[in-house]
Design a protein around this ligand. Structure first.
Ligand code: NDP
Length: 293
């Protein structure tokens, strides 16, 4: 059987390091602060927001959780962001995606001060990442994928990585991070129009699935000895589960795992890393904003 890449364990060690950095900052009288804004009542988003708030508090950070009704107007959201931009107790701001349909998400992201954009979605940070600027705040899920590979001792330099999915949140920024000098992967990005996806993914040393379709990648998509990182989090109905659903990835784990050298589980793989990287980015933003080394 393959090595199971334990995202919870790797995330815990990152969080422990972040907690040390927070301790150092607090001894200097600075408490890193994160504001998480949720618009609407989407249950999955609510769960993510609460978990981010809880992790913040456990680490000794200042957390401001703002839950707004679905009826909130675009103007109200932009006003709130402007207030948070000016608030010296807040070093990181994120607006949980996706907002309700009447909210222009891009306009919201553009209003966030790029220095507080801990999700790394502001055009300034997207450009900085594309330009290999070390000061870029990079998106948390792709950062988490890179850290999982590093912590598991999986060589990335020179490896062929096939990323399935080209979203602004996962696929594209991950491709840029993998391409960076120092990481040095050979990257192929695929999407719904890719011809003969299985033949492309089978040529990969490492396959990253960020598709949003439960158990989409099967045994035919990976070659023997490949490493598989499953970013997908999909709720599927399961009357036998306590909540009536369970979480599955974009990879058919049971079919794919026997072929792999290493694979991430869902849950317990990329998910915990996303939160760990959010905490990391918030501390980084705090240090820069307060000019604390
Ligand atoms: P998006 O829906 O924004 O993007 C999905 C991508 O998958 C698109 O580029 C799409 O292609 C591609 N795709 C869809 N169908 C196929 C197909 N048949 N063959 C090849 N490619 C296909 O999703 P996200 O990137 O936001 O999220 C992806 C998954 O990751 C979801 O399950 C989400 O829940 C999960 N996620 C998990 C996180 C975590 O913390 N672990 C954080 C963020 C997301 P096209 O562009 O052509 O439409």
């Amino acid at each position: 059987m393959p090595d199971l890449i334990d995202g919870r364990k790797i995330a815990a060690s990152h969080l422990a390091k972040t907690a040390e950095h927070i301790g150092e900052l607090r001894r200097r009288g600075i408490t890193p602060g994160l504001a998480v804004v949720l618009i609407g009542e989407d249950p999955a988003s609510l769960a993510y927001v609460r978990s981010k708030d809880k992790t913040c508090r456990e680490l000794g950070m200042h957390s401001r959780k703002v839950e707004l009704p679905t009826s909130t107007t675009q103007e109200d959201v932009l006003r709130l962001i402007t207030e948070l931009n000016a608030d010296p107790a807040i070093h990181g701001i994120l607006v949980q995606s996706p907002p309700p349909a009447h909210i222009d998400e891009q306009a919201v992201v553009r209003t966030i001060d790029p220095r507080k954009d801990v999700d790394g979605f502001h055009p300034v940070n997207v450009a900085a990442l594309a330009m290999d600027d070390p000061d870029a705040l990079a998106p948390c899920t792709p950062l988490g994928c890179i850290e999982l590979l590093k912590a598991s001792g999986i060589p990335v330099s020179g490896a062929h990585v096939v990323v399935v999915g080209r979203s602004l949140i996962v696929g594209k920024p991950l491709a840029l991070l993998l391409l960076r000098k120092g990481t040095d992967a050979t990257v192929t990005v695929t999407h719904s129009r890719t011809r003969d996806l299985a033949s492309v993914t089978r040529s990969a040393d490492i396959v990253v699935a960020a598709i949003g379709r439960p158990k989409f990648l099967g045994a035919e998509h990976v070659r023997d000895g490949a490493v598989v990182i499953d970013v997908g989090i999909n709720r599927v109905d399961d009357p036998s589960a306590p909540r009536g659903y369970r979480l599955v990835g974009d990879v058919d784990f049971d079919a794919v795992a026997p072929r792999c050298r290493a694979i991430t589980p869902v849950p317990g793989g990329v998910g915990p890393m996303t939160i760990a990287m959010l905490m990391h980015n918030t501390v980084l933003a705090c240090r820069r904003l307060t000019a604390t080394p």
